[in-house]
Design a protein around this ligand. Structure first.
Ligand code: HAM
Length: 419
């Protein structure tokens, strides 16, 4: 029986790749002072139906549970995070800098870069409304990708601000209540025929050329964006972004700066997306809590595709995958009469924190060395009748030393600690 469409099996090498990605995510997020949290995989249906909005609302894995509750697997983290923070916002020092690495579920159409279960890193910063926070988050997104060996030649952050469009709409005489419908037109603009876009825009009393002109001259679209870009340039991250007002994001809750990250060649779907959602905590707490917030999600699927297509990044990942299952020590049983001593040694080495393997039954010594090499062991420890103690062989240099079984544990655990 096969997996369901859009779901993946993870064989050990796939797990090693996943670990490479999630381990790097965690390491970089912590470099920025973010701490990890998580929420439930299953939530009340209304949480996402009401709060995610946009495309996601139609992609929910929803069902009625045995207690008659209408529930949904989580398609994204943001509503859960906002609910958690709304419930306990007083308990934490502001700003909150929280990250999470988790699986999400969306009933997507089958297409490249889109699965029905995928991993996402979410990084969110709550309790700071200054553009410096937007810049900090964009810098984190950039550094996350740089940590995989990707450079400004490989990806670009496309920055935008919904407020620029709200001001545009206001000049056309429309209030914020029409914003969602208008932003949906801009969101799809690049994918739809010009006549369709033109017809939709007419309802708002504006023409396609006018909208295109506005997009082409983003320099002073929003003072906040200028502050964010200046901040990024001060960090030396100037080459990593461009302002692109066609980015408005499909989700309902964004209120200010929004961004998406794409590969430079534009052959893949978005690597990451996010923005400011200053009203969501307020809505989810029925007004009891009020915290400005912003964040982004970065998926593992498109990132994996970009890494595979970029030689520098691919080498980093494959090196990590090759060495992921390596052991420290292989204990070779050269003489079966000493097997019980060998077992005791295996146990002591493992107790000392070393990764250890050994043959579980009689095997020719040559074959045992082969197994040691294949497992990437740094050392083989031979337990045989020729020596009173054991013989330790460093496999890379072929140097050999004899020592007592007690000494070998201290000796090898100290070399493992410095590697
Ligand atoms: P999103 O743009 O829906 O944003 O997703 C962010 C990223 O998750 C996408 O750029 C993509 O890499 C990945 N992704 C989304 N759907 C799929 C899929 N079906 N298969 C594979 N990868 C996928 C959000 O989810 C927001 N909640 C992000 C956010 C956090 N905003 C504020 N804080």
């Amino acid at each position: 029986m096969k997996t369901l469409p859009g779901f993946r099996d993870f064989y050990p090498e796939d797990c090693a790749r996943r670990e490479f990605i999630t381990g790097t995510w965690r390491e970089v997020a912590r470099r920025y002072g973010f701490v990890e949290y998580d929420g439930p995989v299953l939530e009340p249906f209304e949480l996402f139906a009401k709060k995610s909005g946009g495309e996601i609302a139609g992609q929910l894995f929803e069902f009625t549970d045995k207690g008659g509750r209408h529930v949904s697997l989580r398609p994204e983290m943001t509503p859960t995070l906002a609910r958690m923070v709304a419930a306990r916002s007083r308990d934490y020092r502001k700003p909150l800098k929280w990250f999470s690495v988790a699986s999400f579920f969306r009933y997507e159409k089958q297409q490249r870069g889109r699965l029905r279960e995928f991993l996402q890193l979410n990084c969110d910063l709550l309790g700071d409304e200054r553009p410096a926070a937007d810049a900090e988050l964009a810098a984190l997104a950039i550094d996350l990708l740089r940590a995989f060996g990707l450079t400004r030649e490989d990806f670009v952050v496309r920055l935008s601000d919904r407020r620029a469009w709200l001001a545009f709409l206001e000049r056309k005489g429309h209030g914020a209540d029409r914003a969602q419908d208008f932003l949906a037109i801009i969101d799809k603009m690049e994918r739809e025929p010009a006549e369709t876009v033109e017809a939709k825009l007419r309802e708002f009393g504006c023409g396609l050329s006018e909208v295109r002109d506005f997009i082409a001259n983003p320099a002073d679209a929003s003072p906040e964006i200028s502050r964010v870009t200046r901040n990024l340039c001060q960090r030396g991250l100037g080459g990593f972004f461009e302002i692109d007002l066609t980015i408005v994001r499909g989700l309902a809750y964004y209120t200010g700066m929004v961004f998406e990250i794409f590969d430079r060649g534009r052959t893949l779907r978005a690597l990451a997306g996010g923005g400011r959602y200053d009203r969501l905590v307020h809505h989810l707490s029925d007004g009891a809590a009020d915290l400005p917030a912003l964040g982004f999600g970065m998926g593992d699927v498109v990132l994996g595709e970009l890494i595979a297509a970029t030689p520098r990044a691919r080498v980093l990942m494959e090196t990590s995958v090759r060495t992921a299952g390596n052991i420290d020590v292989f204990v070779a049983v050269a003489d079966e009469t000493r097997r019980s001593e060998a077992l005791a040694l295996v146990q002591s080495l493992r107790d000392a924190g070393l990764r250890v393997d050994y043959p579980m039954g009689p095997v020719k010594l040559g074959k045992q060395f082969q197994s040691a090499e294949l497992a990437g062991a740094r050392h083989a420890v031979l337990v045989g009748t020729e020596w009173p103690g054991v013989k330790v062989k460093e496999l890379a240099t072929r140097t050999e030393r004899e020592m007592s079984a007690d000494a070998v544990v201290a000796d090898l655990s100290s070399t493992a600690a410095v590697k």
